[in-house]
Design a binder for this molecule. Sequence first.
Ligand SMILES: [Zn+2]
Length: 500
Amino acid sequence: MIEVRFQRGLHLPELDLWLDPWDAKPWAFVSHAHADHFARHESALCSETTAALIQARFHLAENRIEGLPFQVPILREGFRIKLLPAGHICGSAMLHITRIKDNASLLYTGDFKTRRGRTAEPANFLTADTLILETTFGLPMYEFPNQLEVEGSILRFIHDAFADGETPVLVGYPLGKAQEALALLTENSIPTLLHPSVAAMTRACRGAGFEMLPEPIEFEGYATAGHVVIIPPNAVRSKLMRGLKAKRTAMLTGWALQPGSKYRYRVDDVIPLSDHADHPGLMECITRVRPKKILTVHGFAKEFAAELRAKGMDAWCAMGGDQLELPISQATQRIGANNSPRHIRAICPLADFSDLCRLVGETNSRLAKIDFLASYFKSFTEENDLRLAVNWLTGEALPRQSGRQPLHVGSATIRQGLLAIPGAREERYREISSTQNDTARTARLLLQEIYLKPEPLTLLGLATFFQELLGTSGSLERIKNSPRDSPRCTRWKGKPSSKF
Ligand SMILES: [Zn+2]
């Protein structure tokens, strides 16, 4: 097997090649031109299209980018290296490497999707011994409707808005989703105005050879009847948009499948157009690659690896932190099982509570929820703990006799608390938060990337922490009290009831 390490990014030590690292490195593979996959490396290996896009987007000098055509192998240090289209956005690539002396092989997917998009080269898999798989939507609940249905929803949304005399506004990532929407609308002869950042990326895609995209027409704050506007998520409440009075907004995102996403994104509609593989897409990739070992990265990496292990596969989260599965009724036996040298997940009552929340949140079946809760409640020996758990499951941080005072910990305070943890970078927080638009998910993804040694915590310990927060005045003191001084609390994923 080819050796893979994880040190704030995936590293192949035999080649000294980094895969989409967050920090600048001497030699790195850049799978595609999204900002969260790019740093100013001394030498970046990528597809020819990504080379053109990162030059246009990040102005990296030409001599620091090695753009390769798809499917054409190069030889380095006893390895054959080949790029394959990943189907995520235009130019996105997977990396396939083979160690020539023994034919050991590895496929790193980067962000990918198995469905065919209009503006991304269709994904093409090769078999490999080791598969490093991107698992953003790695829970079974993420099964997107078929493409015709999704596109039908977009067109229906547009025609309904037109019929009511409103301007339809589609919200999507400026590189990838925005061009997919634009290509669909162009095919349907619907005139479209683009936010300047979307227009710039569309020009770059056209420059890289995607000529099916029309010459962009920029949105300048007004739209005549019969026009659609495409904007990025951070422009929804911008000054430019405020001028547009009668409008109806729809967010294009795979997270549309999460209950309540419409309210979280504060838009009129959410449509599950995604540039990532859904859960069946991840399974399809595994079927095609036929790996002996699977490492998962991004999103629901631990959950997806656990699901694969339950199916008998050798699958682990690349960042570590996997925990061997126990039926929840055995949770009190506290069998410490961990395969990872980097992240030790604390085994404690709070971890059991968080496991229960995950199990209950992941199933839509009321009976299964009741079963999980029943086994969990059965495991309690302390009445006070049971009272606290029940209280939190109803979504209240504090018991009723406290007069239900709010904790006054909003997303801004949580953000500052997270940034006070050594190793947390503001730039990275912003990148994650711009794709998630959800404080709890952002916190979870950010913490996954930081080296943490969480300490065990009892339910009473968390209740005391809430009481301390309640006792502090002013947001500065609350930030001081949050994760930095209480790293043991960073594992708590927020108000559990919001996931049910
Ligand atoms: Zn991406």
